[in-house]
Design a protein around this ligand. Structure first.
Ligand code: MG
Length: 350
């Protein structure tokens, strides 16, 4: 093969020299600062599927130990409770409800309206306005909304409770979205002599305006002794009973109590639970949280996690100063928040 003689003019030589220099320099830089090895980035695939909600399930009713949808099929709702309205009322708004539906896939939101300590008894208009904002948002978003009389001494505030729930039933009783929770967590008082008559009186007031929406009734010992109800259920047909647990404190013993109630056809609704200890803090217990979720799935028991709050405590789902308008990144969520969100997202769109 004949050798080719390449002739280059000085301009070209200059140009090639410059290119050579640039390459040599960039290699030098590369040696000094090697390109970092790409770290795997965890990117969640955006899931735009909405959770099944009021459009799918419609008017709820009770049969035996189950809550049924409009077609008579057992239904299990999963969602979040907001925190005491008078203390962390900043999340009682449409944007938060919307985000909990679209991102967390919640199909039920609980508004925990404080009664004492600066709540309804002393700031009626302000607390009602917060609750109504959440109910309006839930109706707009097509999710269920529990309005909770967040009280530990409901029997001392019966007339106020009747006034509040009567007004609420009149205003929203025609919407299938609304669920009444007449008394969050009674203390150690008698089911038969104190709590049952209390609920009876509040339900009578509700039923003046709304004949059918679900009512959930708190039980003795911070809504743990659901077995007290066995043989003493309320006469109202669309009534279920409140079971609360905190996974790092309440374990198989409380599941056994719940099982006894279920076996006697007492329908349960977990309007509040935590992954932490009962104090809302202390420690998290993800193994027990899983056991509880499996138990609730087995019996199709609906549940709301405590809580959407940015308080510095383990039970809070949000880190301090998380936006009041939703849009939270994973880094805005606490360990409990991420755990609960994963559980709800996994199960509410199927
Ligand atoms: Mg109704």
């Amino acid at each position: 093969m004949q050798k080719k003689i390449i002739k280059m003019n000085p301009k070209k030589i200059l140009l090639f020299s410059a290119i050579f220099l640039i390459i040599a320099c960039s290699k030098k830089v590369a040696e000094v600062a090697p390109t970092p090895v790409a770290q795997p980035i965890v990117v969640e695939v955006e899931d735009t599927t909405p959770p099944k909600g009021v459009a799918d399930y419609g008017q709820l009713s009770v049969s035996g130990n189950k809550i049924l949808d409009k077609n008579g099929k057992p239904v299990q709702l999963r969602g979040m409770s907001l925190f005491w309205s008078q203390w962390i009322g900043k999340y009682y708004n449409e944007e938060t409800v919307k985000w909990l539906k679209t991102d967390w896939k919640c199909n039920v939101i609980r508004a925990a309206m404080a009664v004492e300590s600066g709540g309804y008894l002393t700031n009626k208009a302000a607390e009602k306005a917060k609750v109504y904002a959440v109910v309006d948002a839930a109706i707009k978003e097509g999710v269920y909304v529990i309005v909770d009389w967040h009280d530990h001494k409901g029997e001392d505030h019966l007339e106020s409770a009747k006034e509040f729930f009567g007004e609420l039933a009149k205003k929203y009783g025609d919407y299938p979205n609304l669920i009444y929770e007449t008394y969050n967590e009674p203390l150690n008082v008698s089911w038969r002599n104190v709590l049952r008559p209390y609920h009876e009186a509040v339900i009578a007031e509700i039923r003046k305006y709304d004949s059918d929406n679900l009512v959930i009734c708190g039980t003795r010992n911070w809504s743990q002794n659901v077995d007290d109800v066995i043989g003493y259920k309320l006469a109202d047909k669309n009534t279920a009973y409140t079971l609360h647990y905190y996974a790092a404190t309440h374990k198989q013993g409380l599941r056994d109590i719940a099982k006894r109630a279920l076996d006697s056809d007492v329908p349960l609704f977990v309007t509040e639970y935590g992954t932490s200890e009962a104090s809302g803090d202390g420690s998290l217990n993800s193994d027990e949280a899983d056991k509880w979720w499996a138990f609730l799935d087995q019996y199709k028991i609906s549940h709301c996690n405590w809580s959407i709050a940015d308080k510095v405590e383990l039970a809070a789902a949000l880190r301090p100063n998380a936006s009041t308008q939703g849009g939270w990144r994973l880094s805005d969520l606490t360990e409990s928040g991420r755990m609960v969100r994963t559980e709800i997202r996994k199960k509410n769109v199927n």
